[in-house]
Design a protein around this ligand. Structure first.
Ligand code: NDP
Length: 286
């Protein structure tokens, strides 16, 4: 039976470290990390996420600024707001909550963010940095997966890692992060032939497909580490991951639950990225 990786506990640890380092940054260098969260429109899930991010930022001792803009906001005025935040000395991290309303091109908005303040790690400069192994902000959810593995004492080097999902925010950046840590990485998607056979090769199997309980027990190699990024609401309102938990746990060595696995790590890593943006900004004297 697998050991369950407690993402809530690990996220609390990371957040406590961020809080302590924030205090130190304030005391030693007079810098208070500032995070600006921008929400356009009324998407109910986005409103909840943004609320959580603001609360977490305040708890970490950050300056937290929120911009709740109407759905009719134009791309031009959103870019002006982002440009203002780029120029603001009290803001070190800018997060534009996705998805944006249909009339706004998210790529254009993300490219407006100063890469040093792009704490979501979505700017092409930061993605390029990940690709070439150079410094820069990394996307929070995949970074959270790496942190869960590291803090659970699970070695990555030399392991066979299989990721189900190739999105720009989870699957692809995670593949690069695992590759940079010397795993042998396979990325699966909807055109992958015999997904089950590929998944069974994995020492580390990551499900990030957004399909409720699609990873069944027989897709898990005996002793594999199973990381479930998926968050799916079933018809009865229950929240489940992309992994059929009980079946997979019977074969895995470690497994993350949903909720309480990868989910809480995303905000923890956002805080860490913002703290590092603030401390680097000071260092650069910018
Ligand atoms: P996307 O919908 O952008 O991408 C899903 C990926 O999974 C695609 O690459 C798709 O393949 C692949 N896929 C879907 N169905 C199958 C299938 N049956 N077999 C093989 N591959 C499949 O999703 P995201 O990456 O944005 O999110 C994935 C999941 O993670 C969602 O449940 C989301 O809610 C959750 N999530 C959780 C976060 C957290 O904080 N814990 C943060 C972000 C996301 P193809 O490219 O061929 O279409």
């Amino acid at each position: 039976m697998a050991e369950v990786i407690d993402g809530n506990r690990i996220a609390r640890e990371v957040r406590a470290e961020v809080r302590a380092q924030t205090l130190e940054l304030k005391e030693k260098r007079g810098i208070t990390p500032g995070l600006a969260v921008v929400l356009v429109g009324e998407d109910p899930a986005s409103k909840i996420y943004v609320g959580h991010k603001e609360k977490a930022a305040a708890e970490a001792g950050f300056l937290s600024r929120e911009y709740r803009l109407p759905a009719e906001t134009t791309e031009g005025s959103l870019r002006e707001i982002v440009a203002g935040l780029n120029a603001s000395p009290e803001i070190h991290g800018i997060l534009v909550q996705l998805p944006l309303p249909k009339h706004i091109n998210p790529d254009v908005v993300i490219e407006t963010i100063d890469p040093r303040k792009d704490v979501d790690g979505f700017h092409p400069v930061n993605i390029g940095g990940l690709f070439t192994g150079r410094p820069g902000h990394r996307a929070c959810t995949p970074l959270g997966v790496i942190e869960l593995l590291d803090r659970s004492g699970i070695a990555i080097e030399g392991k066979e890692a299989v990721i189900v999902g190739r999105s720009n925010i989870v699957g692809k950046p995670l593949a690069l992060m695992l590759l940079n840590r010397h795993a042998t990485v396979t990325i699966c998607h909807t055109r992958t032939r015999d997904l089950a056979a590929v998944a069974r090769r994995a020492d580390i199997l990551v499900a990030a497909a957004g399909r409720a309980e699609m990873v069944r027990g027989d897709m898990v190699k005996e002793g594999a580490v199973v990381i479930d990024v998926g968050i799916n609401r079933k018809a009865d309102g229950k929240l489940v991951g992309d992994v059929a938990f009980a079946e997979a746990a019977a074969r895995a060595s470690y497994i993350t639950p949903v909720p309480g696995g990868v989910g809480p790590m995303t905000i923890a890593m956002l805080l860490r990225n913002t703290l590092s943006a603030a401390s680097l900004w000071g260092e650069a004297g910018a």
